[in-house]
Design a binder for this molecule. Structure first.
Ligand code: PEP
Ligand code: MN
Length: 349
């Protein structure tokens, strides 16, 4: 990490960038409010930091101690805002994404899209390519499902997020979707992470069900290192010995991530619990813990759903959840504004 002096000129920045490239490394310029930092990635071990230290404008050269670099708050202290059309993740307002697990038909999707918009969702979800555990389960409508999603966006104005499962599918899915979802089962599919990163669309990166926070951040690092910083991290529960819920919500991961990375963090309480009764309480907990938003499965008739009906909320229950979590978000903001930490600051105890 090359830290530049506050009065560094653009020509000096470009000179450092050129020197980094000459050495076969990749520069990533981060322009914060207080300083400009150039992240240098590649096999930096081979390069002596001293080669940058004497260039004009350079204040200091320090190693990033975490295994993930561009993703770390050490490198980029300010929150990254991820923009999907009119929606912003990582700002003061929480973002709620909702929709069916799978796009099942045109009418099911349009009905759900109108209902979630009415309830206050800002984005629409829906799987067209489904990563099902069994090859005999409904696999999704494929491109037809993408067409229905695009139509639902036209009529509701809600931007759309949908899953992409393979590197070769990325251009197709990106033609229809506003944000690409990389699912839990593909979190460590490195060719997919790279292909999605190169596409330049915002990405929703779900946590692998057996992945540590560090492995998850390293997966995000693949996307950032392709030059795409528009990544939202989505906790969706991890596998533990507990069997009373489908997964175990790792609420800890929310503040852990908020500290470790500048990227926005949201929770999927549908997959993390697997039961509609637990979705609202866990959604409330996530917002109280500092999550930047939620992604929730909603179906007008969950008993008829082709996937994940048991964890899907009906529209009326979803509307109630939205009211509750927005009230909590408001309280969190007020409490944080009122209780300015004495001394110490955010890192003090
Ligand atoms: C989904 O969002 O429908 C999904 C399959 O989620 P996950 O990848 O978290 O299992
Ligand atoms: Mn699902």
């Amino acid at each position: 990490m090359i830290i530049l002096k506050p009065d560094t000129t653009e020509d000096q920045v470009q000179l450092v960038v050129a020197r980094v490239r000459e050495l076969g490394l990749t520069p990533h310029v981060s322009r914060g409010k207080e300083r400009i930092v150039i992240g240098v990635v590649g096999e930096a071990r081979r390069v002596e930091p001293g080669v940058f230290r004497h260039l004009p404008g350079v204040d200091d050269v320090v190693p990033i101690s975490r295994p993930y670099k561009l993703t770390s708050r050490e490198f980029h202290p300010e929150n990254t805002l991820v923009r999907v059309g009119p929606v912003t993740f990582g700002g003061t307002d929480i973002v709620i994404i909702a929709g069916p697990c799978s796009v099942e038909s045109r009418s099911q999707l349009l009905e759900t899209a109108h209902a979630v918009k009415e309830a206050g969702a800002q984005m629409l979800r829906g799987g067209a390519f489904k990563p099902r555990t069994s090859p005999y389960s409904f696999q999704g409508l494929g491109e037809k499902g993408l067409e229905y999603l695009a139509e639902a966006r036209e009529v509701t104005g809600l931007p759309v997020v949908t899953e992409v499962m393979a590197p070769e599918q990325v251009p197709l899915v990106a033609r229809y979707a506003d944000m690409l979802q990389i699912g839990a089962r593909n979190m460590q599919n490195y060719p997919l992470l790279k292909a999605a990163g190169r596409m330049g669309k915002p990405i929703l990166l779900k946590r692998g069900m057996g992945a540590t926070v560090t492995e998850w951040l390293l997966a995000a690092e693949y996307i950032l290192s392709e030059g795409n910083w528009q990544v939202v991290m989505c906790e969706r529960g991890i596998r533990t010995f507990e069997t009373s819920t489908r997964n175990t919500t790792d609420i800890n991961a929310i503040p852990v991530l908020k500290r470790a990375t500048h990227l926005p963090v949201i929770l999927d309480p549908s997959h993390s619990t697997g039961h509609w009764e637990y979705v609202t309480p866990i959604a409330r907990a996530a917002i109280a813990a500092g999550a930047d938003g939620l992604i929730v499965e909603v179906h007008p008739r969950p008993e008829e759903a082709l996937s994940d009906g048991g964890q899907s909320l009906k529209p009326e229950r979803f509307a109630q959840m939205v009211r509750e979590v927005r009230a909590i978000a408001q309280i969190v903001r007020e409490v944080q504004a009122a209780l300015v930490p004495a001394g110490g600051g955010p890192n003090g105890r």
